[in-house]
Structures are given as C-alpha cells and as structure tokens.
Ligand binder design. Structure first.
Ligand SMILES: *[C@@H]1O[C@H](CO)[C@@H](O)[C@H](O)[C@H]1NC(C)=O
Length: 811
C-alpha cells in the first residue's frame, strides 16, 4: 500500500490544482492576433497551422513530461522540429504556456511563470502572428499602418535545420552541440567543432593538401548564402552544389546538422511519414572532430564506436566527449630528469590510425628513427605519426585529439608511454560504451542495423551537474515536485522549502535530510569506496542506528539548496521492492550527497560475465528477470507515466543477498533539461550505454519508455546466454549486429530449440519453457518500437511462467 502513496498523492494533487482542460478544439488557425495562447496541456492541438497544412507549430514532446515550442512538418509521423524556440530548455508538461501577448511578444512560459524564451518584439495589439506555407513563423506589424511587414521571423533564428527556401546567411548558422555549419570569414561554408578544449574545422576536408579550391569551393563570392531548393538541390555561394538522391520537386525535405556533427538532407516518405537520408556531408562519420574526446579513437564499422588509445581509459563512461586519460603517470621530462629519454620512454604502435591536428610542427624527408628521436626528446610530444609520402614525413603530436582508425587508412601512430608501462594490459573495457543524451533531440547518426550508435549531445555548463543525477532515482520525479510545489505554493503562500517540508512530514517518516557532519562520521570520513560512476563516488556508511547504507557524493552539483531539497523530498517517496531505496540526502552548500540502501551482492554483470565466478543458477536468473521487469513496470506505469530509466543494463541491476533484483540509477533527463532554462542550446544529458541503446536514439524522435523495453530485451537475452550480446561473433570472428541477433532469435523461437543459446556453464540445468519465453520476449523487445511490448506486459508474461514447483530439478 505504502508504495502507491506517492502516486496517489500526485494524482490527488494533480486534480486538486489543475483546472480541467477545456475540451473544445478550435479549427486550425494560420494567423492569430494579440492575446492568443495555448497551454501545454493542449499539446495535441497546434498553435498554428500553415494555410496549406504543410507545417504546424505548437508543443512538441521533448522527453517525459517536457515540451518544447516547435515547428514541424504536419505529415511526419513523429513531430520532427525544423525550428525550436527553446532547444535547450523544455518546459514542464503541466502549467506551461505559449502566449502571443497584447504587447506583441511571443513568449514561452514555464509552469512557474518563468519566461523561458520570447521573441523580443513589441508593438502592441496591432501585431499578428502567422505560420506560412514555407514553415516560417512570422510576426507582422499592422497592415494598415506598418504595411504588414515582418518584425520577427523564425527563419532568421534557425536552430539545427533549414527547410526549402530558408536561406543560410552570414548572419545565421546551424548548431548542434559543439558542432556548427556556418559561413567562415573567407566566404566558405564550413563545419566547425568548437569544444571546451580545442576547436577545428572538419568540412570541407581540412587536410592541407585539400584547400577550399580543391574541394570545388571559391572564396571570391562574398554573398554568403546557401539555400535548399524545392527540388532537393542545395546551392551555396561558395560554389558548393549538392543533390538529394531523390532529386525532384514534390518531396518534403530538410537539411539538418546532427549531434554527431554530420549535415544531412532528409526526405519525408509520404506514405510512412518517416525520414530518409538523401545526402550527407561526411561520408565517413569519424571525420567529424571531437566525437571521441581527447585520447579517444573513432571507428566506424558499421556503426560509430569510440575506444581509448592503448594505455588510456575512459574518463566518464557516460560521455565519450570527455575522452580518455592515461593509465600511466606522465612524468616530468625536463632537464632535471635523471635518465635519458630512451631509457624512460617507449612507443606503442597503433596501426591504421591517426589523430588529426595538434602537430608540434612537421619534418619532411626524415627517417623513421629520426622522427622517433624528435618525439622522444620533445617533452610535449605524446605521439608521432610517420608517413611514407615522399621520403617520409614526421608529425609529432602534442595533444591526441580527433583520433580515428580505419582498416582502409594506412597511416600509423606511435604513442609515447613510460618505458616500464605495460600497454598490452587490458585496456579497452570502455570500448562498448558511449554516452547518449536522454533527450529526444539527438538527431544523430549512423545507425545501421540496431547495434546502437554514438551521439553526442548539447553541452555547456549545464552538463556538469547532469552527471550527478545519473544516479539512483534522483531525477525522474520532477512532475511531482512541480505539482506539489505549486500546490503548496497556492495553498500556503509560504516559501516552497518549508511548506514542502511540512508536506513531506505528513507523508513519510523514513526519508530524511542529513547533515554533512553526520555523513562524514557515518562513512568514517569517506573511507571505504564501493564504486564510482559519472555522477560521483559511492562510499559505505553506517548510520547511528547501525543501518548500513551507501553514500553517494555527487560531484559538480550546481543546484541551490532549496531546489535540491524539494527534489529530494519527492524522490524519497519512490518505493518499490525492485528499486534501490533512497533513505535521505544532504545538501549543504557545495556538499550534495545521497544516502541509499546498501545492496550487498554487487551488480548483475559481475554474476553473469565474470568467468571466474560460479554460474548464477537458473532460478535466480529467472527471478532477476522478473524483478527487473516489475521494477521497470512500476517506473513506467504505476505512477503516471513519467520515469524512463534510459540506462538499463546489468551494471545497473543490483542484487541482494537473496538475489532479488534492485534497479539502481533510475532517473530522468527532463529535469536536467529544464534546469538549463533560458540558456538555449546549453543542454546535455547523457544517458544510455552502447549495446543496450534502442535504435531510435539515433533518430530525431521523442524518446519514450520503449527505449527501456529495448534495453531490457538485451539484458534478458544476456541473462539467458550468460554473455554480452554486443560481444557475440560469428565463427569467423565477425561481430554480430542486432539484426543478425534477431535473426538467430527468430530461428530459436521457430524451432523451439533454445539449448544452443542458453549459458553453457549451467550444464543443462535450466527450465526450457522459461528460457524459450525469455527469448521470445527478448526478441519482441528489440523489434521496431511500435511492436515492442510494455514492461507491464512483460512482467505479466514472465509472472505467468514463474512455476517454481514445476521443475524442481532446475533449482
Ligand atoms: C555569388 O553567389 C550567388 C548565390 O549563389 C550568385 O547568385 C551570384 O551570381 C554569385 N556571384 C558571382 C560573382 O559569381
């Protein structure tokens, strides 16, 4: 009963506070006068529709209970924004509103009245707003006095997309994360990576031998204008001319810069409403810069992967853009050093690879040995590449950025490491992970098959504190916060924290706030480290009453005490046997900590994949599968539909002494997005792990709970097989992609012969009926999104074959 308390509360508050949404639905308008508005609750209705119906604008789903104000092609199956007022700052799904005010200003207000974005126009009640058939949203002045001229138009403020007839000019650019498409000062249209540490141009090919002239561009036309025409031709004043592969009129297209830094033309398939890529600027996705961060190496085969250079490890397993750090200590190599460089360093050869840029000069016509010597003696040299063009060219590298590898590339890079360093030690456990934003705005990548893809995400200072919330359940619960907050606000007119505190006391007795001192004592001054992740370090602690807890010290929190407090009181109410319980938190200035249930038996990955452990018995496997399904079903269904985990994987399934599954790290992205309000494009929320990520992450569609269903399907299969799905190979050593895996599963289901798939270390001790059902479920989970079951369905099907007594032999 208690565990439904939070939901009930939310429901009650919801209906107590919000007026019933009006059910009248007006016919679509294409022009509105001052004083019009649309509230987010009516997101099914457009704010405006263009006269011929091609475009609509209004609220677009931007994650669970988060919305943006956008323009989209009406016929697209999923609203794909061609323009967004507030790309970095979605507003709450309740109480937010877009208003074309009597002052002539278009403004987007969040639930609490904060203006997240506005058009900065003024002109009183005579202005009108229209959505044109081109997709341009225009605010015009009074036709009788001002001539009906536009005073503001969305075409002047593109986000990441151009539509036909919308010019890219010297005053505009398309931006996605660190990437932008813009006219450079020499009149050439370029793609730029502008990251926190370096920036560089990657298109047209910046290779010195390939100047703008060679790529067919000219620097002599200063009009700096690029237009995608109705027939699918994009023409730029620097002589660039590209053709969509489905050239011809009558197709709805857009040109978009993705979060992977590539620019593509997409054409709308009129019958399915889906988008097809009909041109891409980069044929080789790894030629975008910055994708894998410092010391990271990008590889495309057939989807994009990052790995660390030998001798380096990933800095933050959620975010490749943070790159890799050396596993060795970089020693002082100044003149004071005792030994000679030859005695202190050696080189590790990495074939078919290079790091673009950051050369410490280059030397033509030198031998390999000489090149090596240059790098040895240069303190700053971290690696060198030696190319046999001409008589040998030597490029010593200072910083290892923009790394890529490809079997077709015949360059070799030599990494400088300490002489006694064993670079052959296990290095690339990080290989299979890549961070992705739990945000629908990922217009990335690459995805072929469903192996997953890499995408980076919008960034900025907002990034920092996001990681902190990656941990157990911190996010997620935002709606309740807003609802409760506004309710208390309305009812008591007191400050939010104190009234929330009162409300919280009424609701729960167990969750509490700790002082920093208390937690410092409980953990013996943060002595025993249990683990660490992107959000912070976890320590073991013992509370006064003797209760053992895990204390997570969050890093980089940029939230005020009160806000944090408000969130925490709500999170404390999420309670389900298969979710890690949060007992409390601490928020004192920069100290932000979470106190949660200590789960003794480590995470599922250890039990499934560590070969030196005894295999996890079948009965436990089945119960873990069922428990995990129930925990996710609870998050997805039992409390309004608001919590998507976004990073379901064995590492996030903790096990109790009795092998009961407890999901950790559940949380949501939308909170983070909302936090960056006002600071558009400053958004990043990295969620997801490669190998477990649904293919729609790579499409520009709103993410829903089905991403968890997909990941769950992968985990379920791993429970059956006892090995990583992403590690499966053919006899010839080729890695299987997800479509091949699905093929195998179909065959197993068709023949009902599950034995070859089941973990061999069980030596036949398993329940074939359950195993077959699990494979069947797994297969349905990795299907096309609309065909995937819900977590509720899955939990029910599994529960139905939880026949503990039927096969005692398999215990
Ligand atoms: C410069 O580019 C514009 C737009 O593509 C074109 O109309 C114009 O003729 C060009 N000017 C010259 C001198 O080529």
């Amino acid at each position: 009963m208690a565990r439904y308390g939070a939901c009930l509360l939310a429901f009650i508050l919801l209906f107590a506070v919000l007026p019933c949404p009006s059910s009248s639905s007006a016919p679509a308008q294409h022009t509105l006068g001052a004083g019009s508005s649309l509230s987010v609750e009516d997101h099914d209705q457009p704010f405006l529709t263009s006269p011929d119906g091609t475009f609509s604008c209004g609220f677009q789903d931007a994650g669970e209970n988060a919305f943006s104000f956008s323009i989209w092609y009406t016929d697209a199956a999923e609203k794909t924004a061609i323009w967004t007022a507030n790309p970095g700052a979605p507003v709450n799904g309740r109480g937010s509103r877009i208003t074309f005010g009597r002052d002539g200003r278009l403004a987007l207000d969040d639930f609490n009245g904060t203006t997240v974005w506005d058009s900065q126009t003024s002109g009183g009640g005579a202005l009108t707003i229209s959505l044109l058939d081109t997709g341009n949203l225009v605010i015009s002045d009074d036709p009788s006095t001002g001539g009906g001229l536009p005073v503001w138009q969305s075409f002047d403020w593109p986000t990441d997309t151009l539509v036909p007839s919308q010019p890219l000019t010297k005053h505009t650019k398309l931006v996605s994360g660190y990437f932008s498409l813009y006219y450079d000062s020499d009149n050439v249209l370029r793609l730029l990576y502008d990251g926190p540490e370096t920036s560089s141009i990657y298109w047209p090919d910046p290779n010195p031998s390939d100047s703008p002239f060679q790529s067919g561009r000219t620097i002599y036309n200063s009009s700096r204008i690029g237009v995608l025409y109705d027939d699918g031709v994009f023409l730029s004043s620097d002589n660039l001319e590209v053709h969509a592969s489905d050239l011809g009129p009558g197709v709805k297209r857009r040109l978009t810069i993705g979060q992977d830094g590539n620019v593509r033309i997409y054409s709308l398939n009129a019958s399915t409403g889906g988008w097809t890529v009909t041109w891409a600027a980069l044929a080789q996705p790894c030629s975008a810069h910055g994708l894998c961060g410092k010391n990271g190496i990008c590889e495309y085969q057939p989807s994009l992967r990052c790995s660390c250079a030998p001798g380096y490890e990933m800095v933050d397993h959620r975010d490749w853009r943070k790159g890799c750090r050396p596993l060795f200590t970089v020693t002082n190599c100044g003149p004071a050093a005792a030994a000679s460089p030859e005695q202190r360093f050696k080189f590790v050869k990495v074939p078919h690879s290079d790091f673009y840029g950051n050369d410490l000069g280059y030397n033509k016509s030198v031998t390999f040995e000489y090149c090596k010597k240059i790098c040895l003696e240069m303190c700053l040299c971290a690696a060198f590449s030696y190319r046999l063009d001409g008589q040998g060219t030597c490029y010593p590298k200072g910083v290892l950025f923009n790394g890529y590898t490809s079997s077709a590339f015949d360059g070799v890079i030599y990494l400088k490491v300490p002489f006694d360093f064993d670079a052959t030690a296990p290095l690339v456990t990080a290989r299979s992970t890549a961070g992705l934003a739990c945000s629908p705005n990922i217009s990335v990548t690459v995805v072929q098959g469903s192996q997953g893809a890499f995408g980076s995400s919008r960034t900025g200072d907002g990034t920092k504190w996001l990681y902190l919330f990656a941990f157990a359940g911190v996010l997620g619960v935002l709606d309740i916060i807003f609802i409760t907050a506004s309710w208390w606000f309305l009812s008591s007119k007191q400050s939010i924290p104190s009234s929330l505190e009162a409300g919280y006391r009424m609701v729960t007795g167990q969750f509490r706030r700790f002082t920093y001192r208390e937690l410092k004592d409980a953990t013996g001054n943060f002595k025993e480290e249990l683990g660490r992740g992107g959000s912070g370090v976890v320590y073991r602690g013992v509370l006064d009453g003797g209760k053992v807890v895990a204390v997570k010290k969050l890093t980089n929190v940029a939230r005020g005490d009160e806000e944090f407090w408000a969130e925490m009181t709500v999170i404390g109410r999420i309670n389900h046997i298969n979710l890690v319980r949060i007992w409390g938190f601490c928020s004192q200035g920069k100290h932000k900590l979470l106190v949660y249930e200590y789960v003794e038996n480590e995470s599922l990955d250890r039990h499934l994949f560590d070969t030196d452990r005894k295999p996890l018995p079948w009965r436990e496997r089945f119960r873990i599968a069922l428990g995990t399904a129930r925990g996710l079903a609870y998050l997805h269904h039992e409390c309004l539909e608001w919590v998507i985990h976004c990073d379901v994987k064995p590492e996030n399934i903790l096990l109790t002494r009795e092998f009961e599954a407890k999901i950790a790290d559940f949380g949501l992205a939308k909170l983070s997005k909302r936090d960056s309000a006002g600071d558009s494009l400053q958004l990043s929320h990295m969620r997801g792990t490669m190998g477990y990520m649904a293919p729609e992450w790579a499409l520009n569609v709103p993410i829903n709970a089905k991403v968890d269903v997909y990941s769950y399907g992968v985990v379920l299969l791993e429970i059956v097989m006892g090995s990583r799905v992403s590690d499966q190979t053919t006899a010839g050593g080729e890695r299987l992609d997800m479509s091949q895996i699905a093929q195998v599963l179909r065959q197993v289901v068709a023949t009902r012969d599950v034995v070859p798939l089941v973990d061999g270390s069980l030596q036949g001790q398993f329940n074939p009926r359950q195993a077959l059902e699990m494979v069947r479920i797994s297969l349905s989970c990795i299907e096309e999104r609309s065909n995937r079951p819900t977590m509720d369905d899955i939990a029910q099907v599994l529960a139905a074959c939880d026949d503990e007594d039927e096969h005692p032999a398999y215990r």
